[in-house]
Design a protein around this ligand. Sequence first.
Ligand code: PHE
Length: 340
Amino acid sequence: MEEENEKIIEEAQSAAEQATTSRGLYEAKMKFLGRTGKVTALLKSMREIAAEQRPAFGKKVNELRERLEALFAAHEAKVKEKELASKLESERVDVTEPGRHTAKGALHPITRTRNELIDIFAGMGFEVFEGPEIESEYYNFTALNTPADHPARDMQDTFYITDEFLLRTQTSAGQIRLMEQKKPPIKMLSPGRVFRSDDDATHSPMFHQMEGLVVDKGITLCDLKGMLDQFARTMFAETSKTRLRPSYFPFTEPSVEVDVSCSACGGKGCPLCKGTGWIEVLGAGMVNRRVLENCGVDPDEYTGFAFGMGIERIAMLKYGINHIRLFTENDVRFLEQFKD
Ligand code: PHE
């Protein structure tokens, strides 16, 4: 018996030493102390032993069990320690290592310019209103004092969807939609995509406009000029000035083209402004009384001004971009230059 116990202990010792994981050690332990293990088998065999030998036998088996338990407990602590050490090693973080570079996106220059424009005009009390891109002839032309036989319809090459519906050629359509919904005083800013059958270095079949509309009692061309000066100073340079030249739009009377002093040369004349010192940035004018009437606003009580600018054009001037196609090519080398 004594000898046999020592043999079992030796066996257990070597099984425990071979186990490298808690799981392996547990399995080894169960071979001796588990329900089908060797010690349990010994206890079961007590029945076959003569009654007077049983207490001594039982004592020996108990001793064996205690020694085995102690043996496995000692190994358990060692294996756990090793497991923890290798886990810590594998999860080690070098806090002194320099950070990895992660690519960060940026806003598209058009979105950026659009947001900047909204910021400037929101600061003057304008509210943003967005109209639909698919418009009816009525909103895009007729209500804007441009009837079917009006020659101004040829000023813009329109993409028609049906006889009645088209891709809007100008955000001015939003003026009508807003005035139908809201009575003056009005201070509206309407950004959006517009579409024209046009394609060269400065024109693209899809581009963005920013429309502005102010309607109230006693609004004059001076209000338009003052607001434009403020816009030019914030958008371009502290010293920027604006000038108005007579023009024509069916929905404004009088109509003007607005130039901003060239911020590249300060107005002296350079290749950017073609030597004139001025750059054309937008169209504007006093809202035509016919347009107010079409929207149920009394032109004897209210007056207003409107303006419309191409966001691409403003971005090209501000960032010195020389071809409109760069905005839609989505070349990251171009886009990356607009990170903050
Ligand atoms: N809608 C005009 C255009 O597309 C611009 C404009 C807007 C002119 C508002 C006057 C008033 O060219």
